[in-house]
Ligand binder design. Structure first.
Ligand code: NAD
Length: 490
């Protein structure tokens, strides 16, 4: 059955459908970057509220600015902006529900003026974003705004309609001010620590180049809440589309698939109201930082703890590693004894339950997260997620052994050859320097640690280097699995 307003009543009863009258919805949110994640997360939370008969004036208008978004326009237009969200349970079962809270989709290159008018309309009170890290134009070296992209340059150069997200937001903010309409809130839902702060900093820096007074208005009058978001949402594959048709009889051009787990911790900083998201499981908090640290130091750091050692042990998927009791013991050991002690109080969270839930999520065989993905861009990850944990534990005389083994496993992996002698494809924007340092370990076993950009002064800490050296030697001599067995058997 092709998905659309007209066929909602014909779908099989096991497929959830909107319990609300879609024709009664009015827009309140404009969302840039309608991809997998937005549809599995914010749109799902709004749909849950709508199903309770609430937030009917907060429907979503999706906007795409990139050439590739024409595909999403075609899919959404063909099915009245409806799409199916499919949860992949670890036992192989699927849960499907049609999400109905998106009422329009605008492909900006078709009609930029329509996007501006939608943004400037008084009913638009939130502009939300999932435009990937690249969408914020942060210079990776300086952390400052980088106006070099062609779209930004075009938007800065003339008075033509905007092309970039930043161009649309700033021009719409200007129009609203001119028309005496209160500003909207800009809510970033991208996976960046301090995402609200980053959005504010980068968007105002862009505005500054166009109109300093407008930049001041953004700084003074526009709210940019921070939030922590979590739900593994892989790219939709043709197999997912086929599976939805076979299992549920729904012909959806672009469904979205994800794990059952979902989390959204949102700072209560909105200038023009918001849906009552707390009624559908969103944690609304005054400060997101403890939750971000929890995610970075437990979830993200654990991914690092499992990927290199898992790969060297011959695994290729995260779930394979997390079905192995030796690895589970190691990961829980890291989280309990090294990651968690560095966290501030995380209000309302049972850390022990969170740690076990992470293992369960990683072990979901349906998600099929590859170790290759987790092993990529290590030089962006270990220094941000694990090194602060090590430094803090060294300062406080706490355990560092498992973290030292994780760093050593990266150093071993970066040699580019696995334990069977087969090549490893090291993917890292600093690949050359990382691999050169790993190669130099033959003569100097601390060579890898000497990079102060990545590791600060760890190389000067004897307690750390003693542990690290021992593990690196063991990885070379005995291999990853035997090294883990020895550590966890003690
Ligand atoms: P996706 O590729 O499905 O969608 C990304 C959307 O952003 C597309 O519409 C794309 O056109 C748009 N986009 C990309 N670069 C842009 C730019 N420079 N300017 C404007 N629009 C741009 O990806 P996704 O899975 O939806 O993930 C998007 C973001 O969501 C991630 O980068 C991450 O920050 C966050 N997130 C994703 C997951 C996940 O598991 N997928 C989990 C948590 C958070």
């Amino acid at each position: 059955i092709p998905l659309g307003n007209a066929t909602l009543g014909e779908l099989p009863s096991e497929v959830g459908v909107p319990a609300y009258d879609r024709s009664a919805l009015t827009p309140g949110i404009v969302h840039f970057g309608v991809g997998g994640f937005h549809r599995a997360h914010e749109a799902m939370y709004l749909d849950a509220l709508l199903n309770e008969g609430k937030a009917l004036d907060w429907a979503i208008v999706g906007v795409g600015t990139m050439p590739g978004d024409a595909r999403m326009r075609d899919a959404m237009k063909a099915q009245d902006c409806l799409f199916t969200l499919v949860l992949k349970h670890p036992d192989g079962s699927r849960e499907a529900r049609v999400i109905g809270g998106m009422v329009d989709y605008l492909f900006a290159p078709d009609d930029p003026q329509a996007v501006l008018e939608r943004l400037a309309d008084p009913s638009t009170r939130i502009v939300s974003l999932t435009v990937t890290e690249g969408g914020y134009h942060v210079n990776q070296v300086t952390g400052e705004f980088d106006p070099d992209s062609p779209d930004l340059q075009a938007d800065l150069a003339g008075d033509a309609p905007p092309k970039s997200v930043f161009g649309f937001i700033t021009e719409a903010a200007r129009m609203r001010r001119e028309r005496g309409i209160p500003p909207f809130t800009v809510m970033s839902c991208d996976n960046l620590p301090g995402n609200g702060h980053i959005a504010e900093k980068m968007i105002t820096a862009f505005a500054e180049l166009k109109d300093p007074e407008l930049a001041e208005h953004l700084r003074q009058d526009v709210a940019f809440p921070n939030c922590m978001v979590d739900r593994i949402t892989p790219v939709t594959q043709q197999a997912d589309i086929d599976d939805l048709a076979e299992r549920f009889g729904v012909a959806d051009r672009w469904p979205v698939v994800c794990e059952p787990f979902t989390q959204w911790v949102l700072e209560d900083n909105f200038g023009a109201g918001r849906p009552a998201f707390e009624e559908v499981g969103v944690q609304i908090v005054p400060d997101v930082v403890p939750y971000e640290l929890m995610k970075l130091r437990l979830l993200n750091a654990s991914h690092q703890a499992l990927c290199y050692l898992g790969y060297l042990s011959g695994y290729r998927y995260a779930h394979e590693v997390c079905e192995d009791p030796l690895f589970v013991k190691f990961l829980l050991g890291y989280m309990e004894n090294e990651g968690s002690p560095t966290l501030p109080e995380v209000p309302g969270v049972d850390l022990d339950a969170y740690r076990h839930q992470l293992i369960e999520r990683f072990a979901n065989p349906e998600v099929r997260d590859t170790l290759a993905r987790l092993c990529a861009e290590s030089s962006d990850r270990i220094p941000k997620w694990l090194v602060p944990v090590i430094q803090e534990n060294l300062r406080n005389g706490r355990e560092i052994d498992r973290s030292a083994l994780v760093v050593a496993s990266w150093a071993r992996y970066a040699e580019g050859v696995d334990e069977q002698g087969d090549p490893i494809d090291v993917v890292d924007r600093f690949k050359d320097k990382v691999m050169a340092a790993a190669a130099a370990q033959q003569d100097d076993d601390l060579a890898f640690l000497r990079d102060k950009d990545f590791f600060g002064n760890l190389v000067d800490d004897e307690r750390f280097t003693t542990a690290y050296r021992g593990f690196l030697a063991s990885l070379h001599k005995r291999g990853a699995r035997a090294t883990l067995e020895e550590l966890e058997g003690r």
